[in-house]
Design a protein around this ligand. Sequence first.
Ligand code: UAG
Ligand code: ATP
Length: 512
Amino acid sequence: MTPDNGPLRPQRTAPRDLRGLAQHLSASVAADLDAAVATGITLRSQDVRPGDVFAALPGAATHGAAFAAAARAAGAVALLTDAAGAALAVDAGLPTLVVDDPRRVLGDAAAWLLRTEDAVPLLLGMTGTNGKTTTVTLLDHLLRRLGRRTGISTTAERVVDGVRIPSRLTTPEADELHGLLAAMRERRVDAAAIEVSAQALVRARVAGVRFDVAGFTNLSHDHLDDFGDMATYFAAKAALFEPDRARRGVVSLDSPWGARLAAEARIPVTTVALHGDADWRVAITERSLDGTRFRATAPDGRVLETRVRMLGDHAAADAALAAVMLVEGGVALDAIQEALGDDGFDVAVPGRLERLPSSACGPAVHLDVAHTPDAFEKSLAALRAVTPGRIVMVFGADGDRDPSKRFDMGRVASSTADVVVITDHHSRFEDPEAIRRTLLQGARSTGRAEVLEVPDPGAGIRAAVAMTGPGDAVLWAGTGRTDYRDIGGTKLPYSFHDEARAALAELQATAA
Ligand SMILES: CC(=O)N[C@H]1[C@@H](OP(=O)(O)OP(=O)(O)OC[C@H]2O[C@@H](n3ccc(=O)[nH]c3=O)[C@H](O)[C@@H]2O)O[C@H](CO)[C@@H](O)[C@@H]1O[C@H](C)C(=O)N[C@@H](C)C(=O)N[C@H](CCC(=O)O)C(=O)O
Ligand SMILES: Nc1ncnc2c1ncn2[C@@H]1O[C@H](COP(=O)(O)OP(=O)(O)OP(=O)(O)O)[C@@H](O)[C@H]1O
């Protein structure tokens, strides 16, 4: 594996005959394959390694075939493309396999070349609008407590037995995903958890993969710019619960879409719920600033009593879901209880209700990635349960991302927070003032919280911190650990974390 050189891949792969690949894909061959063999596959010319097939895909911005010569120079041995790509890349002179839709066959091609079927003994797939990264992190924590060698793929990073690289997408493209699975097999990883986005499911990024257990956290308003309506968004997620994608499923019933998924899935499904009836019922037994205790009761009455070192009932729901996924994956409940010991899920996810260090004179300041109305509701409820004083919430909304959720983000914020500070985050190609306007309309619609508009985010967090004191909480949502702001398509270095720390330090210096 070479973490400094693109995606994680195995060090060694046995070469495979390209005629065999053409046969496997029912591809036509536009140039003689001779006795060509390949050791890998990639769809990104910049990631080509000697011996790779370059999968040249048509895209929204360009056709990958335009980069065939660069791919060849980097060591590509063949092209996998469509007819238009084959015509475009003819001068590159590479042996070429032609299919109607190369994106659709990429996963099967990668699985065949890298022999990734059953590469990892226990493969877990996680989907849902909110809570995927949290649940994958909790799964990884629990698996390691059980003594397993693990791998994960999240919005933040890909990790194979401790070797980590930052992620480009929440769910990798199929070539990268199979490379990751092959690297996991090489490192003898025996359990892995992968975040699966709705975009990945509709764009065949998990093709050629069959999860042992698929998990569903919830579905709520997001990504309607991509999917149009909630039913289409649901259908995209539900594809993970088809027999070709997963052997069994664990579905949370905490959002109304869970019941529909459990009813419609064509694989065996076990349900979990904090509220109402389900196979596994979860009850919160204690909420404190140090974390959340809960009890999960199995269908046969056995009980898992434990805690998660994170705030919020939603974090306990994610932890219970992780535990039930492992039970469905064949791990004994007793073993889970024993592995969790007295500390429980003793892990916190960076940027998820992450509390900054502070002195006794300041408020509790939390950074959070929440960027949907439902996530706002959950994070605010978590803080409300442990905050004796006021809650001041600072947030903006991402430009060029589902504008239809913005009014509700403002409305939900002002339904629970005492003060709402609306600011700018990643305006991208939108007018930041227009983004704020909708958030403000939503925030003012409740007539409840005090609502402020502070366009500069550094000034916004300082205003929030300055109006609070001990016993109060500040929630800066939508930021997490992001270290840039995307303005007009340019990613400017910007640490929300550093800004929040500076605001807190200034308050403490003034108080001293
Ligand atoms: C809508 C979508 O998913 N688009 C993805 C898609 O873009 P595209 O098909 O339009 O590709 P393109 O940019 O026209 O390029 C065409 C081909 O040329 C290749 N190319 C291009 C340039 C070059 O120099 N060399 C080269 O080989 C590209 O790799 C690509 O295969 O293929 C690209 C290459 O893999 C992705 O980078 C791109 O993701 C974009 C950046 C994206 O933002 N995707 C979002 C919507 C997404 O997938 N998000 C979800 C989660 C969201 C969430 O939960 O919040 C995710 O899983 O990340
Ligand atoms: N089970 C849950 N139900 C509702 N909201 C949740 C749940 N778990 C987490 N959240 C909310 O979602 C936020 C994001 O959590 P997380 O990063 O785990 O989600 P995600 O699905 O990976 O999101 P994304 O991929 O969009 O970053 C949390 O800060 C919290 O506000």
